[in-house]
Design a protein around this ligand. Structure first.
Ligand SMILES: NC(=O)c1ccc[n+]([C@@H]2O[C@H](COP(=O)([O-])OP(=O)(O)OC[C@H]3O[C@@H](n4cnc5c(N)ncnc54)[C@H](OP(=O)(O)O)[C@@H]3O)[C@@H](O)[C@H]2O)c1
Length: 331
């Protein structure tokens, strides 16, 4: 297949490119060449998806079997690439997010049939938050593309090359060892998915010419919070001692859930469905999820090759002094 990937040089997109090349696709990537390096073997077209002249240069007289759009966040911008590529590919696959669903994370069991945020297909960057705009991006593809439209709505993605910083921060913190503040309850069941498994599923669906929407999160309860931290300790060989601190204590001290302690969703009604979306449709269609131990091990194998000072965790992680203060107060 001839496959155009918009993005493709960082995390999930990189995994899609790697898998597409492995399957023998002729891969074109389209990005600005700023955030990462294109994998060897692709035809790299440099350009900004926001610039009409760059899209024109990309498309000029060309066709592909499929477009996989990994990096769309603003409906108006996505609409521009949909218009440029309409009629030039059989399938337009758009990587959205479970956050486009307004029932998540509050409602356990949310799936593709749950309501999406109201957002116009031509909305601009200031017209909503991440999830709302993703819903508008989905509509921009659904309404503007005449061929197969495949919408992939991932849940929490982990794996090598993660640029968000969640598992990289936990691995780095646990590797440092000592008493580690662990939030909430170790038995909290999670549902995480490896970027490489989403990549394989997306390409399976693209190759089959399927136009559908799929929630793609892992298998329910594929790891617990305690199990994930234990895996971090195991792969890093650290002496970390986890001190499980109650949600209430942390919330009272304004510790930010999800970011300051990555992946921590306190046991409150608004987070009741965080780890309980249903990806049954994708699993029935063949989404295969590797063991979380493999994800954690491979992520550490990648991360340990990056000097600690050069690792980037985005908004994630708690200040070490604050962590020590909280632990001293708690115990
Ligand atoms: N992480 C999660 O847990 C999670 C969960 C649900 C959904 N998602 C979704 O999964 C996707 C993850 O994306 P990723 O970052 O891993 O993708 P990626 O394709 O690996 O990296 C982002 C790519 O977009 C390119 N890019 C950014 N702005 C661009 C522009 N204006 N024009 C052209 N190219 C541009 C970047 O290159 P340049 O900067 O060099 O242009 C880079 O190649 C996102 O859609 C995200 O919303 C993630």
């Amino acid at each position: 297949m001839r496959t155009l990937i918009i993005g493709g040089s960082v995390f999930l997109g990189r995994a899609v490119v790697e898998e597409a090349l492995r399957r023998g696709h002729e891969v074109t990537t389209f990005n600005r060449g700023r955030s990462g390096v294109d994998l060897p073997g692709v035809e790299a077209v440099r350009g900004d998806r926001e610039a009409p002249e760059d899209l024109e240069r990309l498309t000029g007289g060309r066709t592909w079997d499929a477009v996989i759009d990994i990096c769309g966040y603003v409906p108006k911008v996505v609409g521009r690439s949909v218009r440029a590529l309409n009629g030039r590919a059989a399938t337009y696959a758009f990587v959205s997010s479970i956050s486009a669903c307004s029932a998540w994370p509050e409602t356990p069991g949310a799936d593709e049939s749950s309501p999406r945020f109201a957002c116009a297909p031509d909305a601009g960057a200031d017209d909503g938050d991440y999830g709302t705009l993703k819903a508008g991006c989905e509509r921009a593809v659904e309404q503007g593309f005449d061929g197969n439209v495949l919408i992939i709505e991932p849940g929490l993605i982990l794996g090598p090359h993660e640029n968000v910083g969640r598992l990289p921060w936990w691995l780095t913190r646990v590797a440092r060892g000592g008493r580690v503040l662990a939030p909430g309850r170790p038995e909290t069941a999670m549902q995480v998915i490896d970027a490489r498994d989403i990549a394989a599923f997306t390409l399976d669906r693209v190759e089959a010419g399927v136009g559908e929407r799929y929630f793609t999160s892992g298998v329910r309860g594929n790891v617990t919070y305690g199990g994930l931290l234990d895996l971090c300790r195991e792969v890093t060989g650290s002496d970390a001692e986890f001190v499980w601190v109650k949600d209430r204590f942390l919330l009272d001290r304004e510790v930010r859930s999800w970011t300051e302690l990555p992946l921590w969703a306190p046991g409150r009604p608004e987070f009741a469905g965080t780890w309980l979306p249903s990806s049954a449709k994708a699993h029935t269609a063949g989404l295969h999820c590797r063991p979380v131990a493999e994800t954690v091990g491979d992520t550490w194998a990648w991360l340990r090759g990056i000097p600690e000072a050069e690792r980037s965790f985005g908004a994630h992680g708690i200040d070490p002094d604050k962590e020590a203060r909280l632990l001293a107060e708690y115990t």
